[in-house]
Write a protein that binds this ligand. Structure first.
Ligand SMILES: [Fe+2]
Ligand SMILES: [Fe+2]
Length: 474
């Protein structure tokens, strides 16, 4: 079997790179086998209206057409290289960027790439059964779009492993198709990627909060001195924007439906109409926001200091000229309060050790923008109810908040109090079962499930009742 740009669209000169071709020829069948086993179950023979990345031009990088998912052309694209790019931060600031992996940073770079790469197939696995309960063809298509693009991100990162990390890179690439989300023996690397996503509110919270963590991780890597990594992640961010839109608008449409029903049927439980009570939506947000905060790693972290010092991973917008004046970060501290002996105590974290916290703070601000929009909608509708983000201290397992218990406002509480109040803050099994029970599939073009409003517009200028998915014979 040979590989050409017709089967793998690329701008990495795959045609003349025999070594890379050989590596990918061996990896591609394993990938397809993984996709068939672990990709969306039951829809591989259907025609889905999908966008495919076909170039890196800012105008027209994507092509829209009907595709059967196994025929999707998972391409390898890096934003074009800038021969004058210099390192923007850390101890190597000002030197030319690297086009090969420096020996002294090989281990750290591999770890950063592997950790990011592992999340891509993980999310496809987590979402594999959701097609069966899609609230509309529009939403179903969006799910599959997210899934095939996470598959492409896997390709993009695996390309780096094959091309720049020799034999251990190849082994890491193989392991990407061996680990499984939620598996006891061989789980995915990060915890939030082992949580099941078996209803659509969880899917929307995942794409709103967890994919958004991805945006900030990719943004940090897009600053990297290792230029191929910076260029690969920068292009991934263009696709990621749609995933975040799916999550943001999905939660927003769910809230809107509930608010509409509350206004229309004053005082009645929206469960009578197959919708999801605001309190349950809030609990889902609490759960997914706190799990996603854990993904940033500890707020006080020597690893993050090392990655920054070595110019491997920066902050979000590190070199955009607006976000940060000081790209060396040898001076200054971040202040943070966490519990010590049951009392909130001030702590100072030297700036370089606080790089995870910097990223997590940018992330929170980004989430808040969406929350403000949702609340503005509620206000405009004449609702008093508001949605909030829990404190970063709430429900954490990783980092400086992981050792104590806090309420959603960030006050320190005892383990007993947390256990007593947990059901007020996080969805119970019963509530999750309820949400699952309203997930009735809607397969007629233009039809939407009773728990969610239609979006404002369709995909690529098409109407809402467009055939976003065409089912073929099973
Ligand atoms: Fe991704
Ligand atoms: Fe994504």
């Amino acid at each position: 079997m040979s590989i050409s740009s017709s089967s793998i669209p690329n701008n990495v000169d795959l045609e003349s790179n025999r070594k890379l071709q050989k590596a990918l020829v061996a990896w591609q069948p394993a990938f397809l086998e993984w996709w068939n086993d672990m990709g969306p179950r039951g829809y591989q023979q259907d025609d889905i209206y999908l966008r495919t990345a076909v170039s890196v031009d800012t105008s027209g990088w994507a092509h829209y057409d009907y595709v059967k998912m196994p025929d999707y052309r998972w391409g390898i694209f890096l934003t074009p290289s800038d021969p004058n790019r210099t390192i923007g931060f850390g101890d190597n600031k000002g030197k030319p960027v690297w086009n090969q992996v420096p020996g002294e940073y090989r281990k750290e770079l591999r770890r950063l790439i592997v950790t990011q790469c592992d999340t891509e197939p993980a999310s496809v696995e987590q979402q594999r059964l959701l097609g069966d309960s899609a609230p509309s063809l529009y939403d179903m298509r969006n799910l599959f779009q997210v899934n095939v693009e996470e598959g492409r991100h896997l390709w993009a990162m695996v390309h780096l492993l094959h091309e720049y990390f020799g034999r251990d890179g190849r082994e890491e690439a193989e392991d990407m198709l061996v680990r499984r989300s939620g598996s006891e023996d061989s789980p995915r690397i990060l915890e939030a990627f082992n949580k099941p996503i078996d209803d659509w509110l969880a899917f929307f919270c995942f794409t709103m909060f967890t994919d958004r963590d991805g945006k900030f991780q990719l943004g940090g890597l897009a600053e990297s001195a290792f230029d191929p990594l910076a260029r690969a992640t920068r292009f991934m961010l263009t696709e990621e924007a749609h995933h975040l839109f799916v999550g943001d608008s999905g939660v927003s449409r769910t809230i809107r439906k509930t608010a509409e029903l509350m206004l229309e049927h004053d005082g009645r439980d929206v469960r009578d109409f197959g919708a999801i009570p605001m309190s349950i939506i809030q609990k889902y947000i609490n759960e997914w926001y706190s799990a996603s905060q854990d993904l940033f790693g500890s707020e006080d972290s020597s690893n993050s200091a090392n990655f920054f010092a070595a110019s491997l991973k920066g902050r979000f917008g590190e070199t955009d000229g607006k976000s940060y004046d000081d790209n060396v970060a040898l001076e200054g501290c971040k202040e943070l309060q966490w519990a010590e002996n049951g009392v909130l105590t001030n702590h100072e974290i030297p700036l370089r050790r606080a790089m995870n916290l910097e990223l997590a703070d940018s992330y929170r601000r980004d989430c808040e923008k969406a929350l403000n929009r949702w609340n503005l909608n509620l206000e405009k509708m004449g609702m008093e109810k508001r949605i909030y983000l829990p404190s970063n201290r709430f429900n954490r397992s990783v980092g400086v908040f992981g050792d104590a218990h806090y309420d959603t406002k960030g006050n320190v509480i005892t383990a007993d109090d947390f256990a007593k109040k947990k059901a007020d803050w996080l969805p119970s099994q019963e509530e999750k079962d309820y949400v699952k029970s309203v997930m009735v599939p809607c397969r007629k073009p233009g039809e939407f499930a009773p728990w969610i409003t239609p979006p404002r517009k369709g995909i690529k200028g098409n109407p809402l009742d467009f055939d976003y998915v065409c089912f073929n014979q099973r």
